[in-house]
Structures are given as C-alpha cells and as structure tokens.
Design a protein around this ligand. Structure first.
Ligand SMILES: *Cc1c(COP(=O)(O)O)cnc(C)c1O
Length: 389
C-alpha cells in the first residue's frame, strides 16, 4: 500500500541517501565520480541514473524534490535557489515571444516586477485579472494565452481564488495553470488535485518555517518539468545541497507545524475579530471571510496568516508596529516566531495610494504571520499594541 504523503515527506530517501545513517547524509559536492571511461560515457549518454554535476542533480537536492513531489501529489519537480528563481524558470522555460501570460492582480511583489518589467523585454505579453472577480477570468483569456499564474490565498490581502474553476477554464482553452502555493503549503491545499499543471513554492517561507535558508521548488506535470529542468540545468538557478538538506529536515515537521500555526492563527483571528480598533479582519477559516465557501471547498486548513485593517489608517499602522514588544518586524513570513508587517508604510511604501488600493493594500492593513509561540503570548502582545493605536 502506498504511504500517506505526510509519511513520505518524513521517510523518503533517494538511492544514494539510503546509507547507514538514520538521518540522511549531506552530499556537499559540486560533482560526482565514475569507475572508468565506460561508466562515464554511459552516464553522459543518459544511460544511467548517476549524478553528473550539482547544477543538474544532487542526491540531497533530489531527496527534497521527491518529498515535495509526494506532498503535492505531482509527477516530477525541480528545486531552485529561491522562490523567485522557481517562478522565473517556470515562465522562461515555457513561454516564448508572442505568448500571453494571464495572472491574478494580487501577487508577490517580485513576481509582479518579473511579469511587468522583464517578460515584456522578451516579447511576452501579460494582463491581470482582479483576484476577487472570478467572472473575469474567461473573458481575459486571449488566443495567445499560454499560461495562467495565480496565488491563493493572496498576499497580503488573503483573498481566495477558486482553483478548480480556473483549472477548468485553463483546460478548456488549453492553457497551463501555474499556482504559487506558498501561503497555503501542501498541508493547506493541493492545487494539482484541483487541476493545476504546475505548483511553485518559496521554500524560504513555511516549508523551512524557521527563517534559515532560501529555496524554491516547482512540481507538476512531468513534460513541463522536463522543460523547466533543461532550462535550469543550463542557466544555473539550482538549489544548494546544504539548503536542500536543511529543507528536507524541515519537511519532516511540516504537517505538525502547520497544524499548530493554523490553530494559533484561528485563535488570534477569533479573539480580534470584534476588536474596536479594527474595521475588518480576514482569515480563511472564519465564516466572515468574503470567500469562505471557496476556502471550505479547497483548503484543508487556513494557514498561518491573519490580516486586518486598523480604523486609524496609516498612522495607526506605524503605531501598531512601534508598540509591539514580542512580535518581530521583518520582511519574512512563515516562521516559528510571529511576525507583523504594515505593507503601506514598508514593502509597498513606494507605490502611490491609488496603486496600493488597486491591489487591495489599504492604509491600515496589518499582516500577522502567526508563529508557534503560546497563543496567549501572541494575542497579549497584539492586544497591548492595539490599545495604543
Ligand atoms: C516570498 C515569496 C516568493 C518569493 O520567494 P523567495 O524565496 O523570497 O525568492 C514568491 N511567492 C510568494 C507568495 C512569496 O511569499
């Protein structure tokens, strides 16, 4: 009987890492050796499973890929140095001049930069669909649309997009559906089961979950992954074996960590929902979430992010950050330690107010990445900072 993906994420070893050690050894090497000329010839002729060079493959990196493939229910995968290199490789390997990329408007900042600044340099067109207007997707598909790219829940506004609905449109129009599953993780949702062709991740976030290493991975349909692999093996954004080794250990606790992150997040969300300093609060598992029905349908858990709007706007946002005593102010998310951010005065401060509003970044928006500390300590710190807003 095939093991459950949670078990596979803990137990999978590659042929090479099945040694005597109970914990997988780290293959910190840039290249691999052969017994003789014949073995080397056969390896270079693709007639063996031998490794050649760590830019192409490495047992420690393969172990991480195999675990992610199991967790996402994919056919194959490739691991990259960062989430952005996974996103970029998935675009560059599969799109060509004259193609059109359709994306949801609320996406990670650097992904937005790649789409709007770099893809047009190579003749790749793009357009955006409002994340909370599902009826707009089909009309936005053009004859030259080759890929749909989406994030759900979105960052930082936590809108939920119906993956199955978009996947059905993608199939109907013969378009690749590529989903950034960073916020939910495969514990929260499995886009491939809902019809996605590719899933990309920033492993830097919840997958590591301890703020230690950068990493990225793309998994999905094996023919598409083959093209992405060939692109990466020549252009070189491969994951380092050390980071892969760290990340494989991280995956062994992903399920238990995400369960506690989500439990703490739901506790915080419920406790703050009716706070008099807050005009609205979003968490996918709260019935008040605007797309609660879609979240129930496609998500097994709501993840670790809670966001809310301070009635006092921009100034209240700054006060909130300044008065926190325990929560960390940092650009990252998905860590054992709870993190607070105020996009309007930090990550999105360079945009005009109008540009911010177009991607649902309101003046008093606070994003909390709920950590694994005791939920009372997280809540108490937020409450005392809210008092001063
Ligand atoms: C952080 C992030 C990325 C980029 O990942 P890096 O590892 O920082 O390159 C992509 N998508 C989402 C949703 C992210 O949060």
């Amino acid at each position: 009987m095939e093991q459950h993906p949670i078990t596979q994420a803990i137990r999978i070893r590659t042929e090479q890492t099945k040694e005597m050690e109970h914990s997988s050894p780290l293959y910190l090497t840039s290249s691999f050796t052969y017994e003789d000329a014949e073995e080397m010839r056969a390896t270079f002729a693709d007639q063996t499973d031998n490794n050649i060079y760590t830019r192409f493959s490495n047992p420690s990196v393969q172990e991480f890929i195999d675990r992610m493939v199991a967790l996402e229910g994919a056919e194959a995968g490739f691991a990259t140095a960062s989430g952005m290199s996974a996103v970029f490789a998935s675009f560059m390997a599969l799109l060509k001049s004259g193609d059109h990329l359709l994306a949801c408007n609320a996406i990670f900042g650097s992904t937005h930069t790649v789409i709007t600044k770099y893809l047009p340099k190579y003749g790749i067109e793009y357009s955006y669909v409002d994340a909370d207007k599902p009826e707009e997707w089909e009309a936005a598909i053009r004859p030259n649309t080759k890929m749909i790219y989406m994030e759900t829940p979105t960052n930082p506004g936590l809108d939920i997009i119906d993956i199955e609905l978009v996947a059905n449109l993608a199939k109907k129009h013969n378009v690749i559906l590529n989903v950034d599953n960073c916020f939910a993780t495969p514990i929260g949702q499995r886009p491939i089961e809902l019809g996605a062709d590719l899933v990309v991740h920033s492993a830097t976030k919840w997958l590591d979950g301890q703020g230690r290493v950068l990493g990225g991975v793309v998994v999905g349909n094996k023919d598409l992954i083959k093209d992405i692999y060939l692109f990466c093996r020549s252009t070189g954004p491969s994951m380092s074996p050390f980071n892969a080794w760290v990340l494989s250990r991280s995956l062994e606790t992903l399920d238990v960590r995400m369960e506690r992150h989500a439990k703490n997040a739901l506790f915080i969300a419920k406790a703050l929902e009716n706070n008099n300093k807050i005009s609205w609060l979003k968490y996918p598992e709260l019935p008040g979430h605007p797309q609660y029905a879609i979240a129930r349908k496609q998500m097994k858990s709501g993840g670790g992010i809670v966001c809310f709007e301070l009635k006092g706007g921009l100034e209240a946002g700054r006060n909130f950050l300044n008065n926190l005593k325990m929560l960390t102010l940092t650009a990252n998310l998905g860590d054992t330690r709870s993190i607070a951010s105020h996009p309007a005065s930090t990550t999105h401060a360079k945009l005009t107010e109008e540009e911010r509003l177009a991607v649902n970044i309101t003046p008093g928006l606070i994003r909390i990445s709920v950590g694994l500390e005791h939920h009372d300590d997280i809540l108490n710190d937020i409450l005392q900072a809210l008092e001063k807003c």
